[in-house]
Design a protein around this ligand. Structure first.
Ligand code: HEC
Length: 108
């Protein structure tokens, strides 16, 4: 195989890779925006300002105490409702994975 052909092939592969990235990038963005959107639709009402004793978003100390229970226990408590928090934190469409993403977002 001559050098020129090889060089041309590498160039082509780069183009394919770039095209793939351009196609994938918006998908990755949507996944992230999804969690933020769900947060803004449901959790922010109480967790945005520690309403009713909710651990406030971004309050690491408050969240660390909760995170010790482990993610599965936290997801379960949100699903079933917990003390002053209504079931699913008012996000009726949230899946377990959504709830785990939301908890991570708030605990950061
Ligand atoms: C109506 C208010 C309200 C909404 C809406 C709400 N929460 Fe809460 N949440 C609370 C309160 C209050 C607590 C603290 C309960 C306690 O320990 O007394 C809490 C606690 C939690 C905890 C800790 C549970 C534990 O076991 O310690 C998690 C996790 C949580 N919320 C997640 C969420 C998520 C995710 C959403 C959005 C889908 C959400 N919450 C929406 C009020 C709310």
């Amino acid at each position: 195989m001559s050098r020129n052909i090889l060089a041309a092939q590498i160039k082509n592969n780069k183009r394919v890779l770039l095209a793939a990235l351009l196609v994938l990038a918006p998908t990755l963005n949507v996944a992230y925006a999804g969690t933020t959107e769900l947060y803004n639709q449901s959790c922010v009402t109480c967790h945005g300002a520690a309403v009713l004793g909710a651990p406030k978003t971004g309050d690491k100390a408050a969240w660390n105490a909760r995170m010790k229970k482990g993610m599965p226990a936290l997801v379960n408590n949100v699903k079933n409702g917990y003390k002053n928090m209504p079931a699913k934190g008012l996000c009726s469409n949230c899946t377990d994975a959504d709830l785990a993403n939301l908890i991570e977002l708030m605990a950061k």
